[in-house]
Design a protein around this ligand. Structure first.
Ligand SMILES: [Zn+2]
Length: 354
């Protein structure tokens, strides 16, 4: 059966070839060329159509892949956000349950200081300023060690419990690329995710140095980032900064932004570091949220009679109220910043009144 079928097929192919060769012989050379041309053009057209079809299919596929990736990222972000919001809430609850664990500036307090820079800043750019900050004996308030001097000076005004702030300055400079979006803006408790993510990034430095924060152990990160967002619509200088100083008492971690790399900036940097460090021990901000000025609790001497002119300002505000409602910047190096009785009470030096 199969053999018969095969023979039949062979016969048909043979007949087809005979017919084709007869037809070819019958054609003139010119017509043959035309036919050849038609065949070539048809093949080329076919190729174009197939390629186009393939392109469409792959474009569609790519779009679908992109969409899927975007959706997956959204889902992951939402999950992370939920997880971190929950963790934050749990921590807040823990803090409320154990109010006695609120760290205060009493006893021995270790502060681990890290110098951190983004990848696009070189060690050489920030080294002179770091050298100044590391100087053990310095003139007034332009070394990180001056923080302790300042705190000790201020403590003398109260019958403060004894304390020692032990600074551990990291010998090396760390590199950390802090992602701009989310990490650095809106972190004043408004964007839990941003704070959390920022902390996760800095936590890698603590892990590398095998430092576990806890009772008597806090960290201060000095982040050398002088970039500005250049946002013309921003209200203030601070709104334009890419990275802003802040402190998380619960996590025992403070972040200070060195936005100027000049050596002359050292004393301002130490002032900011002292302010953020005091947050770690319970001190609250005393500046006004939406305008240039301090709350009444931010006056250098809240009990002065008559109240004005004030000659100093509390470091948790940083301004002097010369006349009621009129403020100007207090100079750290001129001794115009103090720790007033409100801040002293918050950090555990004297009993909380009222
Ligand atoms: Zn503050």
């Amino acid at each position: 059966m199969l053999s018969a079928h095969f023979n039949h097929l062979q016969e048909r192919i043979y007949h087809l070839m005979i017919t084709l060769s007869k037809w070819l012989k019958a054609q003139s050379k010119k017509r043959l060329l035309i036919w050849l041309g038609v065949v070539v053009v048809s093949l080329a057209l076919l190729q174009v159509v197939v390629a186009n079809l393939r392109l469409r299919v792959s474009l569609h596929q790519r779009q679908q892949d992109k969409q899927a990736a975007r959706e997956a990222a959204d889902v992951a972000y939402q999950a992370l956000l939920e997880q971190q919001t929950q963790e934050q809430a749990e921590r807040a609850q823990l803090r409320q349950q154990a109010p006695l664990e609120r760290p205060q500036l009493v006893g021995i307090q270790n502060l681990y200081v890290f110098f951190v820079r983004p990848p696009d800043t070189s060690d050489a750019q920030i080294m002179p300023l770091i050298k100044q900050l590391q100087q053990f004996s310095s003139t007034r308030y332009d070394s990180l060690f001056a923080m302790h001097t300042f705190f000790a000076e201020q403590a003398r005004n109260y019958r403060a419990k004894p304390f020692t702030l032990v600074l551990h300055l990291a010998p090396t400079i760390e590199e950390l690329a802090v992602n701009r979006v989310g990490d650095v803006m809106e972190f004043w408790d408004r964007d839990v995710y941003a704070v959390q993510k920022l902390q996760d990034q800095f936590a890698t430095i603590l892990a590398k140095h095998k430092i576990v924060l806890g009772e008597g152990k806090s960290a201060l990160f000095i982040y050398f980032d002088d970039s500005f967002l250049g946002d013309e619509t921003a209200d203030s200088f601070y709104d334009q900064k890419a990275f802003r100083s802040f402190s998380d008492e619960g996590q025992r971690q403070a972040y200070v932004n060195a936005y100027d790399f000049s050596v002359a900036f050292a004393s301002t940097l130490v002032e900011i570091a002292a302010h953020e460090t005091l947050h770690l021990f319970g001190a609250k901000d005393k500046y006004l949220e939406n305008e240039y000025g301090c709350e009444a609790t931010g006056r250098g001497n809240p009990d002065q009679q008559p109240t004005f002119p004030q000659k100093t300002g509390d470091i948790m505000c940083g301004l002097i109220e010369q006349r009621e409602g009129e403020f100007h910047r207090a100079e750290f190096q001129q001794g115009e910043l103090v720790i007033n009785r409100h801040t002293a009470a918050e950090i555990g030096w004297i009993p909380l009144s009222e």
